[in-house]
Design a protein around this ligand. Structure first.
Ligand code: FES
Ligand code: FES
Length: 159
């Protein structure tokens, strides 16, 4: 065990943790932020995606030690009022079915859109391929990412 401090959603979380422990365990069990989900535990489903210094990472296979000194953002910290364009589009299109995969889907989609503000269907399918949805909401996910891209464009035009 080691004393470490994680910066999550712009807040400092001091904790005692095994540096080898998955970041997902620290987030869910030591900070109480339960929005990030455990799906497979072996980097296959994307349910656990968070941002680490702006990069989408699978927190189930990311060691806590890798997050020290970096900015972690979870679904709870993606926006001030659940109003990131991806979150707004997800609500508008009513994307989730059971909802379990969508924290990871939204975190991955946010990075995809930042890197490619105008994605094609193929870009979306490729960029989101690591996020599995057992309920098969893929068509709504694609539609919502296009809608979020439009929202981003409108905001940029206004600004
Ligand atoms: S729980 Fe991390 S990829 Fe499935
Ligand atoms: S909405 Fe159920 S797993 Fe994706």
């Amino acid at each position: 065990m080691a004393k470490i401090t994680l910066s999550i959603n712009k807040k400092e979380f001091p904790m005692e943790a095994d540096p080898q422990m998955p970041l997902l365990w620290a987030i869910r069990d030591l900070t109480g932020l339960k929005g990030t989900k455990y799906g497979c535990g072996v980097a296959q489903c994307g349910a656990c995606v968070v941002h680490l210094d702006g990069e989408a990472v699978r927190s189930c296979v990311t060691k806590v030690s890798r997050a020290v000194g970096k900015q972690v953002v979870t679904i709870e910290g993606l926006s001030q009022a659940n109003d990131h364009p991806v979150q707004r589009a997800w609500q508008e299109i009513d994307v989730p079915q059971c909802g379990y995969c969508h924290s990871g889907q939204i975190m991955s989609a946010a990075v995809l859109l930042r890197e490619n503000p105008n994605p094609t269907d193929q870009d979306i399918d490729y960029g989101m391929a690591g996020n599995i949805c057992r309920c098969g909401t893929y068509l709504r996910i694609r539609k919502a990412i296009h809608a979020a891209a439009d929202m981003q464009k409108k905001t940029a035009t206004k600004g």
